[in-house]
Design a protein. Structure first.
Length: 190
């Protein structure tokens, strides 16, 4: 897939943003000062944000990675079967920040009326999902969607441990009812 069309969501001019903004509260920001290992968030304000490019295919190197990719594929298959063209797995978002030209690839985005659900799939509930959703995908998508479109970040995971360090997350039972603030966590045993 070389481009992702989310019409009418992606038709507005880049750079202007009047869509609702998901912001972390000061307590959330202080709850974890450092990003998890391996996370490379935005460096400065993103510019030249657009959908496009080819998505590299990962096969996973370890057993855990391969198991996670199998679970992710099951989630994509089910969401694609239910929502059809309203669900896009692996949309490639190209952007420029102070590090140069970069690419972000959320696991999926789902258009539900005036709401855009950005999905991050994890085999096991993890703090990394919050960082990817709130600190990378939501700010990029805010630059791509029409005004008035709500962006709802959701982590879909097979196993959930409430003891996992996680900032500003809430368990949900449906993608149609994500929380108004923070990240929705949908435990889905496929």
């Amino acid at each position: 897939m070389s481009t992702t069309d989310l019409s009418p969501l992606s038709s507005r001019t880049l750079g202007s943003s009047s869509a609702p903004i998901v912001r972390a509260t000061p307590e959330v920001v202080r709850s974890r000062a450092r990003a998890p290992r391996g996370f490379r968030g935005l460096k400065g304000l993103p510019t030249e944000v657009r959908f496009g490019g080819t998505v590299p295919h990962s096969k996973g190197r370890t057993y855990a990675q391969k198991e996670g990719l199998r679970y992710e594929q099951k989630v994509h298959d089910v969401l694609s079967a239910i929502y059809g063209s309203n669900y896009r797995p692996h949309p490639s978002i190209l952007y420029r920040d102070r590090r140069g030209l970069r690419r972000a690839i959320p696991d999926g985005i789902l258009r539900l009326g005036a709401m855009l659900v950005v999905v991050e799939v994890k085999l096991t509930h993890t703090e990394l999902a919050w960082w990817q959703l709130i600190r990378l995908y939501v700010p990029l998508l805010q630059r791509l969607v029409e005004p008035g479109v709500r962006i709802a970040p959701v982590e879909v995971c097979r196993s959930y441990d409430p003891g996992t360090v996680f900032t500003d997350g809430e368990l949900i039972t449906s993608l149609h009812r994500p929380p108004m603030r923070g990240v929705g966590i949908l435990q889905w045993r496929l």
